[in-house]
Design a protein. Sequence first.
Length: 500
Amino acid sequence: MSYQVLARKWRPKNFNEIVGQDSTLRMLSNALDNERLHHAYLFTGTRGIGKTTLARIFAKCLNCEKKISSTPCNNCDTCKAIDEGRFIDLLEIDAASRTKVEDTREILDNVPYAPTAGRFKIYLIDESHMLSTHSFNALLKTLEEPPAHVKFLLATTDPKKLPITILSRCLQFHLKRVSIENISEHLKNICEAEKINFERPALELLAHAADGSLRDALSLLDQSIAYCNNTLVTKEIRNMLGTVEHETLFELLKALAEKNGKKLLSEISKLTEVISQFDRLLEALLSVLHKIAVHQTVSDAPADDMIKQLAKNFSAEDIQLYYQIALIGRRDLPYTPHPALGFEMIMLRMLAFHPATHTTTTEKKIMEPQKITDTQNWSHILSELKLTGMAHALASNCVLQKISDTHFEFALSEKHQPMMNTNLIERIEQALTQHQHRAIKIKIIITKDELNTPAKHQQQQQQERLATATSTIKNDSNVQKMIDIFDATLSTDSIVSTDN
């Protein structure tokens, strides 16, 4: 007997078996039980959450030989035929492969004819957003006033691509991403029914990796059963998925809390020896930072000893800053020379942007972190000041030299001296006063020295991004093929750098 994949074997056959869509099921059940039926329904949501399955069950509810209800019998010939995909009056149309207007007209030509075996003739149009504009126009009139024996069920992952004229003629039901808890519980029930041994944390890892898709979760479960030979062990599942244990990051974050650059680099080196997927590593880091932030905000929130310890070692401001750095770093990781170097720079950036501690003297000079200039500290403060226009331009060309309880002292290159005026200085003082929660005055010293300002740093970053983008495009195999085939040349002048 051939093996049937879990996603098909455990496909729901009635509303009670559908996971995580309670509000949608409630509306549909009430409509069916009271026979308040519309002629067109639209089911939307991400992949693998049950849009097409729900539409098939709805078709079964409408055509069950016993009666129209939210609980089809599943025993009559009609119910069995729909479950087996051979019911003649349920026409499933894949809009992704039948986009032409000729295909749509061919389908609509049969709309006036009565159903052959069922109570209703049902058109289930999957991936309906893929239909062409002409196909939508051909469908429009029929969708507005179909015969009484016809129902339209549309499913799509991208409802924004449907014309408003189509949307306005359908009852819309948005299916939610299935929660990790619901997926984990569903996998548990399946494993028990299939007599598969499992550790509950292993199922939670699979549920997390499924990213809201129940179908993906069942596919991963199939893969896990084969990988682990019918016994789902957390460590093995973690290896299969390439995920990182939170405990792995403890020493790394501990070194960051201690502001120990040497130890931080050592811990990064240990990680790079055993981990190849640095995107997953950053994902795990973001998860840990999130748990720390939650525990710092709600002290009685569930947390293990590692999270509790780290929550004491960092301020809430630290964690918020580190989370933002990791999030942006994850976005920029593909543009780095090597993912390992990219991860290292992200961690060093966290170390560099650590808020300066107060000294016993009233006035202090900004300490220069390892590998990092004062400009980047000022860049971080500047990004939070909400300055605009010329005030922002002036501040961007300054370098912060000293701060005290009441004063910030800056250096400004003499070539930018014409930018200075009293109004702009007052605007910067007001922004700093609001940011520091105390009255701040600024002093700007003109210098002939070449300064590494935030503006210059930003320009360097743009140039680096441009160089990386140009190199990537030049080395792209598809671009090389086009150059060879068409004897073309690449115009690098058309490549531009953006802040995004």
